[in-house]
Design a protein around this ligand. Structure first.
Ligand SMILES: Nc1ncnc2c1ncn2[C@@H]1O[C@H](COP(=O)(O)OP(=O)(O)O)[C@@H](O)[C@H]1O
Ligand SMILES: [Mg+2]
Length: 299
């Protein structure tokens, strides 16, 4: 079955190229939609979207992603990931609340709205602890806080110089992970493949230059990935996990620190034998197919 796949983008990165190549190889119709050129009317979809069977949101800017997915849903155009998933994943506070509610182990976190309250959270977690921007990725603007004086300085800087989102202080316990974390890319909770990201730096994002290697997805990981995916509303997701308790010699447990919604998969594709874009397109075909079947039933 041939489908028209819309790709909503502002920049075509390697990840999007991989996806486009796979779609072309399978002879699907592709509608590239540059989000910067669109006007989204509250009643009528932009011309570029009318023939699309399924829209894939690959916007880099979170704000665009959040609004564009809402418009797509309002027009009745199936979009991955959905607006609700984007909403939860784009925001670390919502992400943590969703994981906690679903019973997924996740690092303990406080949110405070003033410098003084945030300092109390930091002192309660002890040093080191972590301060993260509520919205952000690629390890940007993350702070590992090692002392009270550093805490005071960072909080003052954020309060004075930060834009309003930086006045929501997201404070997290530091997880003494063994120099690596794990990223699993999954579709509706089903892992496609996983990788470990290792670094001497406490930030192990691939975007920060961490070394990547394939990781076997264990049963424990599969369970956590499935529950974490459900907790944020499902979709094509990148689930980030850390091992805890390694330093103390205890058997390590896993904790999920975040779920990402416009997930990059080029690094994963390089380290695994699994054809990641092919698996993503399999899933897109199934989603689009399920839709045309319901459309047929309705007509
Ligand atoms: N609580 C924590 N303790 C120790 N390391 C952490 C903690 N939270 C995040 N990290 C490290 O920082 C990286 C980035 O954190 P993450 O919450 O995933 O933010 P981003 O959205 O920027 O990727 C993680 O991949 C991990 O290596
Ligand atoms: Mg991350």
């Amino acid at each position: 079955m041939r489908v028209n796949v819309g790709i909503l983008y502002s920049r075509i990165r390697r990840d999007e190229k991989l996806l486009l190549n796979e779609l072309r190889d399978r002879d699907h119709e592709i509608t590239k939609v540059d989000v910067r050129k669109q006007r989204f009317n509250i009643a009528d979809p932009p011309e570029a979207l009318v023939d699309v069977d399924i829209l894939v949101d690959r916007c880099l800017a979170t704000s665009r992603s959040l609004y564009a997915t809402q418009f797509a849903e309002a027009y009745g155009i199936p979009v991955v990931n959905g607006a609700e998933t984007a909403e939860v994943c784009a925001n670390k506070v919502k992400n943590s609340l969703a994981l906690q509610k679903a019973g997924v182990p996740t690092p303990n976190t406080d949110v405070a709205f003033t410098k003084d309250a945030a300092l109390e959270s930091i002192e309660a977690f002890g040093y080191p602890c972590v301060l993260k921007p509520v919205i952000g990725s690629w390890g940007r603007l993350m702070a590992k806080i090692e002392s009270r004086s550093a805490a005071e300085a960072i909080l003052e800087h954020k309060e004075t110089l930060g834009h309003y989102e930086h006045k929501v202080f997201y404070v997290q316990e530091f997880v003494d992970k063994p120099g690596r974390d794990m990223r699993v890319v999954a579709v509706d909770g089903e892992p496609i493949a996983g990788m470990v990201r290792s670094s001497d730096h406490w930030l192990t994002n691939a975007a920060k230059g961490a070394e990547t290697a394939e990781a076997e997805t264990t049963d424990e990981m599969r369970n956590l990935v499935e529950t974490a995916s459900d907790a944020v509303g499902g979709g094509l997701l990148g689930i980030d996990l850390m091992e805890t308790g390694v330093e103390s010699g205890e058997p390590s447990d896993l904790t999920v620190h975040e779920v990402n919604h416009t997930v990059e998969f080029k690094a994963l594709n390089e380290v695994t034998d699994v054809d990641v874009p092919a698996r993503v397109v399999d899933w897109l075909e199934a989603r689009a197919g399920a839709r045309s079947e319901t459309a047929e039933v309705r007509t």
